[in-house]
Design a protein around this ligand. Structure first.
Ligand SMILES: [Zn+2]
Length: 270
């Protein structure tokens, strides 16, 4: 019921911080190193004060640093930041607030960055999604046709680095609340969590959320390996919606794994 967040445990990244976050995480509240807020709507940020207060005042790793990445200038986020400052003026929370604009990056570890990308979610406030990009190296395409022996000869002559080029692979991406995103932002992603609020376009009054079919189209066009649909409207009775959604997935042409993130559970849609 109107509380959104997504905990990516391997990268220790939280996307958004809806109400009840610290209760759901339990002892894991000290694990996240980064909270990336997609926008300042109440169902995405009101869990932040409780989460941060629990980290500060409960028994555990109270000094552990936390960075809150957010859309630069977003008033909902700035209001929460001010609430924390006024509620606990004497408390020293080990928080770094990191405003980002679309295209901006925040490094998370030695080989990964969190990239912000613009999303369309109505209103005048800035909103954005995030992609975790992993920096990798591969053989330059001009050498792709060479045999192993030829490649070895060139490595001996020019050194390994001359044959390799860096590239970035999308390990994980999250749209937050959004209309369908540009698939090129998440090409080849391992995991994409995409807004999928409406089962039918006719149910959408304002262009601020995607439909399930639109999310599947993004997944197909981007060649995503695992698509996670989230934010399915509570107007839909789940017993009726799940078969309809599974039929959409089956007929979508999207061939990867497909899950629904719903009420704290992942439901396989295959
Ligand atoms: Zn929203």
């Amino acid at each position: 019921m109107f509380s959104n967040w997504c905990w990516h445990e391997p990268f220790q990244v939280l996307i958004d911080a809806g109400e009840g976050l610290q209760l759901a995480l339990g002892q894991k509240i000290w694990a996240p190193e980064v909270v990336a807020l997609t926008h300042g709507h109440s169902d995405h940020v009101l869990g932040l004060p409780g989460f941060i207060a629990s980290r500060r005042f409960a028994k555990g790793a109270q000094d552990k640093a936390l960075t809150v990445v957010f859309p630069d200038g977003n008033n909902g986020v700035l209001a929460v930041r001010e609430l924390l400052a006024r509620m606990w003026p004497a408390a020293e929370f080990p928080i770094t607030w990191a405003p980002l604009r679309p295209g901006g990056e925040f490094r998370i570890g030695r080989t990964r960055v969190l990239l912000a990308f613009a999303t369309s979610h109505g209103g005048s406030e800035p909103t954005q999604g995030y992609a975790v990009l992993e920096e990798r190296r591969r053989l330059k395409s001009e050498y792709a046709g060479l045999s192993e022996a030829e490649i070895c000869a060139r490595v001996r002559e020019h050194g390994r680095d001359a044959l390799m080029e860096p590239y970035r692979h999308v390990r994980f991406a999250h749209t937050g609340d959004a209309m369908p995103i540009d698939p090129s932002l998440v090409a080849g992603a391992d995991i994409l969590v995409h807004d999928a609020t409406f089962l039918e376009t006719e149910d959408r009054k304002w262009d601020i959320h995607a439909t399930t079919v639109e999310a599947l189209d993004v997944g197909r066009a981007a060649g995503v390996h695992c698509l996670v649909l989230h934010h399915l409207s509570i107007r839909y009775d789940r017993a009726a919606a799940l078969p309809a959604l599974r039929a959409q997935v089956a007929g979508s042409g999207f061939e990867g794994e497909c899950w629904l993130l719903d009420d704290g559970r992942l439901i396989n849609l295959r």
